[in-house]
Design a protein around this ligand. Structure first.
Ligand code: PHE
Length: 459
């Protein structure tokens, strides 16, 4: 991934790798279904709001830790803690990030496996099939799902193990633009064939009655997840950044690209959902069922574009997956002095077991609810995306805002405007940790215990 000196070879490398990391299943699979589950408009508007006010500043903070701390996430935080005479325990932030990354890798591989499986089904064509039946059949087999996720997991592990040096850069150069073009094509198809006005109304209308802490937490969690915040990925990638590269400018580019793809994915899927009178609140299966309905309807053209869609989704998932594995792999290899390959294989084994738990959530343990959470898959997703990511995001904000003041300079951050630099620090010091913690407490109370604390506070 990085040259011998531990750096990307050029500024574009960071941008490609970070965008490849950010743009993934979270955008095309996660964003539309979470928007659907949370009532559409309100979720989308909250999402955009949180991307700007919390996502971007914390994204920059995480990249910044990597860029100035160097090394694996735990090492970077420890080095900076030492330099600023802060407690070594700040490394808990990085450890929690790594824990989140492992859980995410566990369920991410399962969805990606399903995507690959769908690529093959799409190549055979969907005409005459019932998308609901196809989906039910594909998720019903524990071993078949295990087969598909294993291919994906082992493949990603091997690439990370060998180091993703030039590979990711050259692949991303071609595949990212292709992904953008395909998503735009899908939006075009939705506009011509689907019900675009209904989709626009659904996605962008403010629905005050839907407002509750769970929705807010889901919007922030999704924003952090989609931007790859809170798992050490950005620290790892930041640590390979050339000194001359601006954290601020690069972050704005990646955050904008990621948000654009998520919104376009929504605009590709919801016109079809409404046109075919499908259920927008279908949840995790939304992309699979809706898109197959559309591909079947397209006939022969669908047989061409269907596999292409799943191929690109798999590519997006792959570049994200290697970035999810990267922090734990560098950590293990530096901590235990393992070769990159050996360390990658250790992480693959851990993720394999986590993925088995996640797969079981689709079939054998489908109804095994864990507290308020439907099954092990949903539980892992909630624990990582909504529970841990917000905690790590808070930790990153506090660490950079309160402890790294002497390290923050216009040069290191790329923010030359003093007002903006001060604003960034204030957001990290107070605004982001306080709001993240309020959202975290209220959201967990609602989702885990069914208690809307706002009802008590507002009375
Ligand atoms: N951001 C990726 C996505 O949207 C997922 C991801 C999370 C990647 C965390 C790296 C780290 O799919």
């Amino acid at each position: 991934m990085q040259s011998k000196s531990g750096q990307w070879n050029n500024n574009l490398a960071f941008l490609l790798a970070a965008t490849g990391s950010a743009v993934g299943l979270g955008n095309i699979w996660g964003f539309p279904y979470k928007a659907g589950e949370n009532g559409g408009g309100l979720f989308v508007l909250l999402y955009i709001f949180f991307v700007i006010v919390l996502g971007l500043p914390v994204f920059m903070a995480e990249v910044f830790i990597g860029k100035v701390g160097k090394g694996n996430p735990v090492g970077a935080v420890e080095a900076l803690a030492k330099k600023t005479k802060s407690s070594r325990n700040w490394n808990l932030v990085a450890y929690s990030g790594i824990l989140a990354s492992l859980i995410i890798a566990g369920y991410y591989a399962v969805i990606a496996g399903l995507v690959i499986n769908y690529g093959f089904i799409a190549a055979a064509g969907f005409v005459g099939t019932d998308p609901g039946v196809v989906y039910a059949q594909e998720i019903s087999s524990f071993w078949e799902m295990t087969f598909w996720f294993s291919i994906f997991l082992i493949g990603s592990g091997i690439v990370v193990g060998f180091g993703i040096e030039k590979g990711i850069e050259s692949a991303m150069r071609i595949l990212l633009p292709l992904l953008f073009v395909l998503v735009i094509l899908m939006v075009g198809y939705g506009a011509v064939r689907g019900d675009m006005p209904a989709a626009l109304d659904y996605l962008f209308s403010w629905k005050a009655d839907q407002f509750n802490p769970g929705t807010v937490q889901a919007a922030v969690g999704q924003a952090f997840f989609s931007l790859s915040i809170g798992m050490g990925t950005l620290m790892a990638f930041g640590s390979y950044m050339p000194k001359s590269q601006q954290v601020s400018k690069s972050s704005v580019i990646v955050v904008t690209a990621d948000t654009g793809v998520a919104l376009f994915a929504g605009l590709a899927i919801f016109p079809l959902v409404f046109f075919f009178a499908l259920d927008p609140t279908a949840g995790t299966e939304l992309v699979f069922k809706t898109m197959t309905t559309a591909f079947a309807e397209m006939g022969l053209f669908g047989q061409f574009i269907g596999p292409l869609f799943y191929f690109l989704l798999a590519v997006a998932a792959f570049s994200s997956m290697i970035s999810i594995l990267e922090p734990s792999v560098v950590f293990v290899s530096e901590k235990f002095n393992f070769s990159r390959f050996k360390s990658s294989m250790c992480i693959v084994v851990i993720c394999f077991f986590l993925s088995l738990i996640s797969v079981a959530g689709f079939n054998v343990l489908k109804d095994a609810s864990i507290g308020a959470l439907d099954n092990p898959f949903e539980a892992m997703k909630y624990l990582a995306d909504d529970f841990l990511l917000l905690l790590v995001g808070t930790g990153i904000s506090l660490f950079v805002g309160h402890r790294l003041q002497n390290v923050i300079t216009a040069e290191a951050t790329g923010i030359s405007n003093t007002f903006l630099l001060k604003l960034w620090v204030i957001v990290l010091k107070y605004i982001s940790p306080i709001s993240l913690m309020i959202i975290w407490v209220l959201g967990n109370a609602q989702v885990l215990f069914g208690v809307n604390l706002l009802d008590y506070i507002l009375i």
